[in-house]
Design a protein around this ligand. Structure first.
Ligand code: ATP
Ligand code: MG
Length: 182
C-alpha cells in the first residue's frame, strides 16, 4: 500500500471513530432562563423517567437542584411538598397516580459513602425514581446507570439563567439526546 493510501485509510478510520463518538455521546446542555423554567424543565424530564432511574444533581448552593426536583415531583405526580431537607436527609414522595414514587435525598451533610449506604436506598431504588442532591462523588456507587446533571449559573450574573449539563451513563440513557427538547 502506498503512503497516500495509508494516509487515506487513517483519515477514513478517524472519521468513523468521530462518528461513533457522536453516536454514543449522551451529553446534552440546556439553558434555563428562570426558576419557573427550571421547574417546567423538571416536569418535562419527568416524562422520560421510570422506576429504577437514578439522577445525581450537582451545583452550588442555590443553583436550582431542589427547584428542578420540584418539577420532577410535579411531573411524576407524587405527593409533595418537595422542600430542601433540613434534618431529613432522604424523603419518600409516594405516587398519587400509580407510578413510581420519588425518593429525594440531600447528601450535603453526609460524611461519606458509608453514611449514604446506611440510608438503604438500594431497597427502594428499583421501584422509585431516586434523586440525589450533592451526590457527586458519592451516589455513583448506587447504580451503574444514572443521569448526572450539573447546574451552573451563567457567566453573566446579571441574569437568573442557569445552564444544565446532562450526562447519561449507561445504555439506559443512550438516546437521551433524542428526547431532551432544547
Ligand atoms: N433559572 C433558575 N433556575 C433555578 N432556580 C432559579 C433560577 N433563577 C432563580 N432561581 C432561584 O434560585 C433558587 C434555587 O434554589 P434551590 O433550593 O432550588 O437550589 P439548590 O441547588 O437546591 O440549593 P441547595 O444546595 O441549598 O440545596 C430559588 O430561590 C430559585 O427561585
Ligand atoms: Mg436543594
Amino acid at each position: 500500500m502506498g503512503e497516500q493510501d495509508v494516509r487515506k485509510r487513517a483519515a477514513r478510520e478517524q472519521g468513523t471513530a468521530q462518528q461513533d463518538a457522536r453516536e454514543q455521546a449522551t451529553e446534552v446542555t440546556v439553558t434555563i432562563p428562570t426558576a419557573a423554567d427550571m421547574r417546567e424543565f423538571g416536569v418535562r424530564l419527568a416524562g422520560l423517567l421510570r422506576a429504577g432511574d437514578l439522577l445525581v444533581l450537582t451545583g452550588d448552593l442555590g443553583a436550582g437542584k431542589t427547584t428542578l426536583t420540584q418539577g420532577l415531583g410535579e411531573g411524576l405526580k407524587v405527593r409533595g411538598p418537595i422542600t430542601s431537607p433540613t434534618f431529613v436527609i432522604a424523603r419518600v414522595h409516594p405516587s398519587l397516580a400509580g407510578g413510581p414514587g420519588l425518593v429525594h435525598v440531600d447528601a450535603y451533610r453526609l460524611g461519606g459513602f458509608a453514611e449514604l449506604d446506611d440510608l438503604d436506598l438500594d431497597a427502594s431504588l428499583a421501584e422509585s425514581v431516586t434523586v440525589v442532591e450533592w451526590g457527586e462523588g458519592l451516589a455513583e456507587g448506587l447504580a451503574d446507570e444514572r443521569l448526572e446533571m450539573i447546574i451552573s449559573r451563567a457567566a453573566d450574573d446579571s441574569t437568573e439563567e442557569r445552564v444544565v449539563r446532562l450526562s447519561g451513563v449507561g445504555d439506559r440513557w443512550a438516546d437521551l439526546q433524542d428526547h431532551i427538547i432544547r
